[in-house]
Structure formats: C-alpha cells, structure tokens
Design a protein around this ligand. Structure first.
Ligand SMILES: *[C@@H]1O[C@H](CO)[C@@H](O)[C@H](O)[C@H]1NC(C)=O
Ligand SMILES: *[C@@H]1O[C@H](CO)[C@@H](O)[C@H](O)[C@H]1NC(C)=O
Ligand SMILES: *[C@@H]1O[C@H](CO)[C@@H](O)[C@H](O)[C@H]1NC(C)=O
Ligand SMILES: *[C@@H]1O[C@H](CO)[C@@H](O)[C@H](O)[C@H]1NC(C)=O
Ligand SMILES: *[C@@H]1O[C@H](CO)[C@@H](O)[C@H](O)[C@H]1NC(C)=O
Ligand SMILES: *[C@@H]1O[C@H](CO)[C@@H](O)[C@H](O)[C@H]1NC(C)=O
Ligand SMILES: *[C@@H]1O[C@H](CO)[C@@H](O)[C@H](O)[C@H]1NC(C)=O
Ligand SMILES: *[C@@H]1O[C@H](CO)[C@@H](O)[C@H](O)[C@H]1NC(C)=O
Ligand SMILES: *[C@@H]1O[C@H](CO)[C@@H](O)[C@H](O)[C@H]1NC(C)=O
Ligand SMILES: *[C@@H]1O[C@H](CO)[C@@H](O)[C@H](O)[C@H]1NC(C)=O
Ligand SMILES: *[C@@H]1O[C@H](CO)[C@@H](O)[C@H](O)[C@H]1NC(C)=O
Length: 429
C-alpha cells in the first residue's frame, strides 16, 4: 500500500511541469459566479456510496469522482461569492484573490482514481456552506474572536497555500488542532484561530524557496506593508482590510517566517503581507503554521526531543498515516492522515487523551499573541446544541464509515463524508 503511494506521488511530481504550462493558458475567471448545485443531499450521498462500491468499474468510478469534484467546485464558488459580497463589498479583486480553477485542478489531480490502487480511501464535501450562518455562532461558553470575514481570510490563505504546496510538489497534511477540527466539525474548530500543517523536514528548503522569506533575525523591526497595500498595523476588524488591486495574484503577497517557540520547536508561519500584524511580533494573522517532522522508513516523529506544541510527540507509524487522503475543512478539501485518532494520540500529552470528549477553548489567542487569561474546558456534549458536531456511523457489512454534520439551529445536514474504516472506531465524539 505504501509503495503505491510513493509511486503515485513521484508520477505526480514528474507530470507537474506540463501542468504548469497548460494551466497558465486556461486561467479564466467566470465571475460573478452563479450557484447551481442542483443535486439534493440524497443524490450527493448516493454518489458517495457508489464511489466506495468495490463492484463499480473504474471508468464509472472516475465519472462519479468527476461529478463530486464538480459539485465541490460549485460550493467553493458559492463560498467565494458570498464572502466577497459580505466582506469585500464592491471589491472585484476579491474574486481574483483565489484561483479556484488551479486549486481544484491540483486537488483533483493528486487524488484522482487513475487506477485500481487509487480508489478513494475517503471522500466527502460540505453539501452546503453558508458562510455567514455557519461562522457567526458565538457562544458564551467558548467564545471566539474570529468573525466570518476572518474565517474567509483564513480559508483564502489556505487555498493559496495549498495551491503553492501542490505547485512546488511539497507533501503536506493536517495536524494538531486543525486535525481535531476536521474530526469533530469538518472544519476549523469554531473557537480556534489557526491552521496547522505537517511537512517532512526534507521539504523545508522547498518551503523557503516557494514563499518569499521574511527576515526573522530582525524581529524588532515591523514588516513594512508592501507598497500598494493599505493594511493597518493595529488590530483592526478584518472586514476593513482592503486588498490592493494592481496585483495579478494574491500569491505574490505570501511570505514565510521562521519561528522557534519556547519548546525550541521550529515552525514556519505563512501569511499575507496584506494582513494585520500580530501584537508585538513580526508576523501577521491569519497565518498557517507549518511544522516539519522527521521520519525513518516506517515512522514519523518530531524533533528536537520529540517536542511538539501539544506535548511530546510519539512515533507514529506511516501505515497509520498513509495513504494521506482528503478531509473536509469547511468548504475546502485538505490532505489528512488516514487514521486521525492515532495521529492525534501520537502528539497529545498524556492526560489529554480524552480530547475526543472534552472541548477546550481560549487556549491561545493567535491574532493577539496572547496566552489565555482563562481557559475553558467543557464536555463537548454541552456544545452540541450550539455548534455543528460530526456524527459517525459505521456499517459493519461494508466496513465503511459515514460521517455527517448537522447544524443544530438549522436542523439540516451540512456535510457528508465517507471512508474505509478498518480501524476500530468509536461511534461518536
Ligand atoms: C496507479 O497509478 C499510479 C499513479 O499514476 C502509479 O504510480 C501506480 O503504479 C499505478 N498502480 C497500478 C497498480 O497500476
Ligand atoms: C480530474 O482529473 C482527471 C485526470 O487528470 C481529469 O480527467 C478530470 O477531468 C478531472 N476532473 C475534474 C472535475 O476536473
Ligand atoms: C458599494 O456600492 C454601493 C452601490 O454603488 C454603495 O452604495 C456602497 O456605499 C458601496 N460600499 C462601499 C463599502 O464602498
Ligand atoms: C464573541 O464573544 C466574545 C466574548 O463575548 C467577544 O469578545 C468576541 O468579540 C465575539 N466574537 C465575535 C466574532 O462576535
Ligand atoms: C537579516 O537581517 C540581519 C540583520 O539586519 C542581517 O545581518 C542578515 O543578513 C539578514 N538576512 C537576510 C537573509 O536578509
Ligand atoms: C504600485 O502601484 C503602482 C501604480 O499602481 C505600480 O506602478 C507599482 O509597480 C506598484 N508597486 C508594487 C510594489 O507593486
Ligand atoms: C513604493 O516604494 C517606492 C520604493 O520603495 C517608493 O519610492 C514609493 O514612494 C512607494 N510608493 C508608495 C505609494 O508608497
Ligand atoms: C523507525 O523508528 C522507530 C521508532 O524508534 C523504530 O521502531 C523503527 O524500527 C525505525 N524504523 C527503521 C526502518 O529504522
Ligand atoms: C499587546 O501586548 C501588550 C504587551 O504584551 C499587552 O499589554 C496588550 O494587551 C496586547 N494587546 C492585545 C490586543 O492583546
Ligand atoms: C450497510 O451497507 C449495506 C450495503 O450498502 C446496506 O444494504 C445496509 O443497509 C447498510 N447497513 C446499515 C446499518 O446502514
Ligand atoms: C429536526 O428534524 C427531525 C427529522 O427531520 C425532526 O424529527 C425534529 O423534530 C426536527 N427538530 C427541530 C428542532 O426542528
């Protein structure tokens, strides 16, 4: 299984030069988008069922896959249209800040069931993503300081970072809090404020080459906003961030910043120079934190001293990690470890193993670079009436697991996800 994975990856790597040229000529922006997802929830569910039917010939599987990717693309378009209308009124640049065609192209290309060995291990989508409704929930038990427009900027950054990682052929997948998020919410944890990715440490140089580097030795000097932006350096409401209009691509503004935390763990923060500075730091928010991991042939682990932000990171067998497959992160699809629970357990301190049942809020305010004055820890169950939580169902006959997200206030299914669940899973979280 692992061998196939590596092969698949290297073939993908060889092909991607051609990708680059053919894509540059087909950059078309058919904005403003019209949303036309005519399929019902049941129809999407049926497509997913077929996708995992081992009796279905590969050629039919591929056409089902294409349909799902098409639906996904419609959802992304709706997300972008909604967000631009809500957060960047009258700003047509907003639509061009994300190259959806290129993003979808790379995700599809990397996970397309090209042959029998690439039959999907997991797949699903947010059937309907309503930015304002879904991301406006603020609950007095676990409050957030992320508005729906902040959320949009997090996702906008993520889409662009994913695109660049694929373009640069860097292997990446979700880790830490974001992994908890896709497991429990099919999204960033509603009260969390950042996105964490793992890359092999051997890809560090590629990361540094793929984004413009910000000189981190001159920490005391604030980064000058790039010439034509009107980004403020205080902590403004994100809805007031203006995007400059003269750039061909939002990508050009992304920078990488090398960071060493108190555990001496090195990570790389990727953010846009259009975003506001974080209090007393030289980086900006929103940001994506990229953590390099070490590996031998069979395991991955953290270094130095196995320190990881969430605690000591144990060895994690690659067979529990691979094949890396797509998971739902709000309107996005992001490569994730095969066995989410084992991945999390490998990097969570002892005593926090009940993280599947306990929800913790206000652990760190990334946008203010501020430790918590108070941390909240409540049984997740208490939040089920407020926030959407994933429900997991296992079919013993087919060994398939089906996950579904319901938004309590709407009493409506929002996302659906299906995967091969060979491992012994608990039914709920
Ligand atoms: C399936 O496709 C991948 C990627 O093109 C390739 O590396 C692998 O060898 C193929 N496997 C089989 C069984 O054909
Ligand atoms: C996905 O990739 C495959 C293989 O390159 C391609 O044939 C197919 O058209 C793509 N599907 C979509 C929806 O872009
Ligand atoms: C957007 O355009 C409308 C109609 O032209 C106008 O009334 C509104 O003030 C504009 N909003 C902003 C933020 O410029
Ligand atoms: C959520 O509530 C907290 C505490 O009441 C407040 O500080 C924060 O600004 C609110 N966030 C949003 C996005 O409304
Ligand atoms: C970073 O800044 C320091 C001090 O200003 C300087 O010595 C160093 O050469 C700079 N490094 C890069 C890569 O620009
Ligand atoms: C800033 O904008 C001006 C005029 O719009 C343009 O000529 C210049 O190249 C831009 N500078 C940068 C750094 O993008
Ligand atoms: C842009 O940068 C150039 C060179 O650093 C500077 O001369 C110019 O005044 C800047 N333009 C604006 C609009 O800030
Ligand atoms: C990789 O490291 C793990 C943990 O130390 C060890 O059990 C395993 O044998 C190592 N594998 C190889 C191929 O060195
Ligand atoms: C910024 O940092 C200063 C000093 O650490 C602190 O007093 C202030 O409260 C911080 N501001 C915010 C918004 O967190
Ligand atoms: C499990 O899947 C089979 C085949 O799709 C289906 O007939 C059966 O009803 C499912 N069982 C449950 C409990 O959903
Ligand atoms: C939600 O939907 C279910 C089934 O459709 C129904 O039984 C239940 O009463 C609904 N709950 C609310 C609060 O509308």
């Amino acid at each position: 299984m692992m061998l196939f994975c590596l092969c698949a990856l290297s073939i993908f790597l060889q092909q991607s030069n051609q990708v680059e040229t053919s894509l540059s000529t087909q950059r078309s922006h058919d904005f403003p988008y019209s949303y036309s997802n005519s399929l019902t929830y049941d129809e999407v569910k049926s497509l997913l069922d077929q996708l995992f039917d081992s009796e279905i010939p590969l050629v039919d599987l591929q056409s089902i896959w294409n349909k799902i990717i098409e639906i996904w693309k419609q959802i992304l378009k709706k997300f972008l249209r909604d967000a631009c209308e809500l957060c960047h009124e009258n700003d047509s640049y907003c639509y061009e800040s994300i190259d959806l065609n290129r993003y979808v192209y790379y995700i599809n290309e990397s996970f397309y069931p090209i042959n029998e060995s690439k039959r999907p291990v997991g797949m699903g989508i947010y059937y309907y993503f309503d930015l304002k409704t879904l991301r406006s929930v603020n609950n007095s038990i676990l409050p957030t300081d992320v508005s729906y427009c902040d959320y949009f900027h997090m996702m906008q950054l993520m889409i662009n970072v994913q695109t660049i990682l694929h373009q640069a052929q860097i292997k990446y997948f979700l880790t830490k809090g974001t992994l908890i998020g896709v497991l429990r919410h099919h999204d960033v944890i509603p009260w969390d404020t950042d996105i964490d990715l793992f890359i092999p440490s051997s890809a560090t140089q590629k990361i540094l080459n793929s984004f413009r580097q910000v000189n981190s030795t001159s920490v005391k000097t604030p980064i000058k906003p790039s010439n034509n932006t009107t980004t403020t350096t205080t902590t403004p409401k994100s809805t007031t961030i203006r995007m400059s209009k003269d750039r061909a691509s939002f990508h050009n503004d992304l920078v990488v910043y090398r960071f060493k935390n108190i555990h001496r763990v090195t990570s790389y923060k990727i953010f846009s120079l259009r975003s506001p500075l974080v209090n007393k730091t030289n980086y900006r928010w929103p940001k994506i934190d990229i953590f390099p991991y070490e590996e031998n042939k069979t395991h991955i682990y953290a270094y130095p001293k196995h320190q990881h932000n969430l605690g000591t990171m144990n060895y994690l067998a690659k067979s529990d990690l691979e094949p890396i497959y797509l998971r739902i992160l709000g309107p996005l699809l992001v490569p994730s470890p095969r066995h989410l629970r084992l991945s999390l357990k490998a990097m969570i301190k002892l005593g926090r193993s009940n993280l599947f049942y306990a929800c913790e809020g206000n652990t760190f305010l990334h946008r203010y670079n501020r430790g918590p004055t108070e941390t909240w820890r409540v049984p997740c169950k208490e939040l089920h009436r407020t926030y959407p939580f994933v429900q997991n169902e296992r079919n013993l006959t087919t060994s398939l697991c089906f996950e579904e997200l319901k938004f309590p206030q709407l009493n409506q299914s929002l996302s659906l996800y299906q995967y091969r669940c060979a491992e012994d899973l608990r039914r709920t979280l």
